[in-house]
Design a binder for this molecule. Structure first.
Ligand code: PDD
Length: 286
């Protein structure tokens, strides 16, 4: 079955879909994006991603190309046309198409692209049961990582390096030795039974998975501290895990080939993954 994309008002085969060579997303990374997970054919953490999308757009002074209600119809239609039951939806909105000039063009319409792909939940569950390795890398990204832009070259290069070293994620470390976040995830550690994750004020992306995991942690009775931790603390932690719409809650079993705990997925990460998925599935589409 051919994959179907939505591009500026038209549903077409992904293999044939295209945007202009003068799209500012292509030329300047002047674009934002969102990724939703799909459970039972419905978008998970729907409102959280829409809220963050609106915030990213407003920080860049790009208008929402259509009202939320219309966008929802299109997102669901892309899921339906691709017959996705379990999967991911990708949305990208750029400032639009204009002759190349750094300053904002006037009277330009934002470009919008939506694609979807299936995810094999059984393979993902097996991966989570084994855990993944991570490497560390200096965080050389810009100072506005709170905006979800497509300017991801530092992330791409670091994640490629991770892959070449047999790891599945990169953990970024700032100039002071503190962990910021993952290449495409938020990072958490467990120390003496307390979960630590960097606070949102410190130049990281406000993960929607993080947003919805925090109340689950609170309910579990585990103490959570939103504070910075060093790479050394992470390596010495009893557990390390990451979150994102793509990986959900994923245990990290080694950083730079240094074993975390006993080198197996930790019980807290595994329990949180279960509850997160259960909740996300139950509330998908809302
Ligand atoms: N990435 N931090 C970074 C740098 C990210 O790119 C992401 C998500 C997250 C987690 O955000 P959320 O929980 O809302 O997915 C944190 C997406 C999934 C991606 O780039 O594919």
């Amino acid at each position: 079955m051919p994959r179907i994309a939505y591009v500026n008002g038209v549903y077409e085969r992904t293999s044939e879909a295209a945007v202009s060579i003068e799209d500012r997303g292509y030329q300047f990374a002047d674009a934002v994006y969102e990724v939703w997970s799909v459970f039972d054919g419905r978008l998970a953490d729907l409102a959280g991603h829409l809220n963050r999308l609106e915030r990213s757009l407003s920080e860049l002074h790009i208008a929402m190309p259509m009202p939320r209600t219309s966008l929802l119809v299109v997102l669901n239609e892309v899921v339906r046309r691709n017959r996705i039951r379990e999967g991911l939806v990708y949305l990208q909105i750029s400032r639009g198409v204009a002759p190349r000039d750094h300053v904002f063009p006037v009277d330009v319409r934002p470009s919008i692209v939506i694609t979807a792909k299936p995810v094999d939940r059984e393979t993902a569950a097996r991966k989570a049961a084994t855990g993944i390795k991570a490497i560390s890398a200096p965080d050389i990204r810009w100072g506005r990582c709170d905006i979800k832009t497509v300017g991801l070259l530092p992330n791409v290069l670091a994640k490629q390096k991770a892959k070449e070293q047999g790891a599945g994620e990169v953990i970024f470390v700032d100039a002071d030795g503190f962990v910021t976040e993952g290449g495409s995830t938020n990072v958490y550690i467990v120390v003496d039974g307390v979960i630590k994750t960097r606070s949102l004020t410190a130049n990281i992306l406000a993960g929607v998975t993080r947003l919805n995991l925090l109340p689950i942690i609170a309910e579990s009775g585990i103490e959570l501290r939103e504070e910075s931790f060093t790479l050394a603390e992470a390596k010495a932690a009893s557990e390390v895990f990451i979150t994102a719409a793509t990986s959900l809650v994923m245990p990290i079993i080694a950083i730079d080939d240094h074993k975390i705990g006993d080198g197996k997925p930790g019980p807290i990460a595994c329990a949180l993954r279960e509850v997160y998925i259960e909740r996300a599935r139950a509330s998908a589409g809302v």
